[in-house]
Design a protein around this ligand. Structure first.
Ligand SMILES: O=P(O)(O)O[C@@H]1C[C@H](O)[C@@H](CO)O1
Ligand code: GUN
Length: 263
């Protein structure tokens, strides 16, 4: 990690105040960054390389409303074959770079029957149904404690501010619980009923491990889902990743405005 941190530090004009993980199709935020410095993942020592369409694979430093931020354009998913330690590696590097705040975004399926494709959801809690945990193995005590409390994974002050900012901007913001599954398969109808029963409002294939790792290190975190599809569509149709990217691109515009306001 130190090798990676030293490498990235050379490119950064200053320490970013906020790191932002851009989910599928949410790359529009990149156009808002001024004074950009981009580092392709393949140039960064020890960094994994992303393989999913809609994830371009670079770290981008830039100024959003004059505040220095570091955006991860392209994230790593467990279903790509990475271990969860690899999935959260960039988050750990961000903290070691001196970044204290993290905004996580994703594209997710709506479980809550009141949600519609195109809605934005503030993630108020998570359920990790990943088959592993990024904290498994010897604990790095300099990162965080062996048994981190997870009763408040998100920064409450920040989430309250986000809600108020959304209201001021006339952005309808849903709230709910995000369930993280390993993917890449989508859910069966029975699995969707189960996920709803256990308290899920949205379901996806990312985010939960990043939040666990960030919270372990004491970062202040908030997270948002763009609901790209109803997991049981009202009108029967098949799930396509293309549709996820298209809806995320369209609805992502609202999220870009909101994130800009929050930053
Ligand atoms: O990185 P995110 O969670 O936005 O990507 C979601 C989950 C899968 O990668 C993909 C499924 O369509 O979109
Ligand atoms: N697991 C899962 N991931 C998604 N990402 C976007 N939509 C979905 C969905 O319906 N299920």
């Amino acid at each position: 990690m130190q090798e990676t941190v030293d490498f990235i530090s050379e490119f950064l004009p200053e320490i970013p105040g906020v790191a932002i993980i851009l989910g599928s199709g949410l790359g529009g935020l990149v156009n808002e960054l001024e004074g950009q410095v981009s580092i392709p993942y393949e140039k960064i020592p020890q960094f994994p390389v992303s393989t999913v369409e809609g994830h371009s694979g670079q770290l981008i430093f830039g100024y959003l409303n004059k505040l220095p931020v570091l955006a991860m354009s392209g994230r790593f998913h467990y279903y790509e074959g990475y271990s969860l330690n690899e999935v959260v590696f960039p988050v750990r590097v961000m903290k070691l770079l001196g970044i204290e705040r993290l905004i996580v975004t994703n594209a997710a399926g709506g479980l809550n029957p009141e949600f519609e494709a195109g809605d934005l959801m503030l993630i108020e809690d998570i359920i990790s149904l990943m088959p592993d945990n990024p904290l498994r193995g010897k604990n790095e005590d300099n990162l965080g404690p062996r048994f981190p409390d997870m009763s408040e994974p998100f920064d409450l002050g920040w989430t309250e501010k986000a809600k108020n900012i959304a209201k001021d901007m006339n952005i309808d913001l849903r709230t709910g619980v995000y369930v993280g599954l390993q993917g890449p398969k989508l859910e069966t109808k029975a699995e969707i009923r189960y996920l709803r029963i256990i308290g899920g409002d949205a379901v996806g294939m990312s985010t939960v491990s990043e939040i666990i790792a960030a919270h372990h290190m004491g970062m202040k975190v908030i997270a948002f889902s763009v609901i790209t599809n109803e997991s049981i569509p009202k009108v029967k149709k098949e799930f396509t990743h293309q549709e996820v990217v298209e809806v995320a691109n369209r609805a992502g515009e609202k999220l870009v405005r909101l994130v800009k306001g929050i930053v």
